[in-house]
Design a protein around this ligand. Structure first.
Ligand code: ZN
Length: 243
């Protein structure tokens, strides 16, 4: 049986309160980290979108350049045919050249139509990029402001967290080493970080189970360390119930 005094119990309660404050501050810091990650993710999605529009533009420009080249080749071929036509000997040869030239001109007109579509695409994409880049700039500014805001909030929390950690250390040095060890061990075994549980009217306030009457009586003497038989937390009698 570990001996304990009421003063020691009170120190453990203070220690636990510091612990709770630390948990709360940690939650704020985690929320800040999550918020920053979310904002950065949104920004990334948006700039990826702008980048994909730019790729679309490059593709259209490349296609347009190809069409231009095809038209030039076509013009060269037509020129050559016109040259040949001047020196043909037979009507049949002449007709064959005319037919070839017609085909080339028809193909050229087809390429020109495709090129118009391609140039329209370039124009539309260029406009879309301009609009999106403007939007991106605004979002970037917004995200930077937001991140700065949450980081300022975090900085205050970090200071608070460091203060609490120091308070914890200072408090811990005053507590009996074995008792502190017990406290830390029990705390590590709970899911909510609560090592201590008040007992009111013979009920453990952590797990809401009834404490055996004998144990309840002993608790009120504040002279030995008692663990809840159900949730294994360190118990202390909380006479705030007016008993
Ligand atoms: Zn309990």
């Amino acid at each position: 049986m570990t001996a304990i005094t009421q003063a020691q119990i009170e120190m453990l309660i203070s220690l636990q309160n510091i612990e709770f404050s630390k948990i709360e501050v940690k939650k704020t810091l985690d929320a800040v980290a999550a918020k920053v990650a979310q904002l950065e993710g949104e920004l990334k999605t948006f700039s990826d979108d702008v980048e994909s529009e730019k790729q679309k533009l490059r593709d259209s420009q490349a296609r347009c350049a190809e069409f231009e080249e095809q038209i030039q080749t076509n013009d060269t071929l037509v020129g050559k045919i016109e040259e040949k036509r001047r020196s043909v000997k037979t009507e049949r040869e002449y007709q064959s050249l005319i037919k070839e030239e017609e085909q080339l001109r028809a193909r050229k007109s087809q390429i020109e139509d495709e090129m118009i579509v391609c140039m329209d695409q370039i124009e539309a994409t260029t406009q879309a990029i301009a609009t999106k880049e403007k939007e991106l700039q605004q979002i970037q500014q917004q995200v930077e402001d937001d991140i700065q805001g949450v980081q300022q909030e975090a900085s205050a929390s970090e200071t608070r967290h460091a203060d609490l950690a120091r308070e914890w250390e200072a408090m811990a040095t005053d507590i009996d080493a074995r008792l502190l060890e017990k406290f830390v061990k029990v705390k590590s075994q709970t899911t909510d970080g609560r090592a201590l549980a008040p007992v009111r009217d013979a009920i453990c306030m952590a797990c809401h189970m009834n404490i055996p009457p004998q144990m309840y009586n002993e608790l009120q003497r504040f002279d030995s360390l008692k663990l809840c038989p159900f949730c294994f937390r360190i118990l202390y009698w909380d006479n705030a119930s007016g008993a």
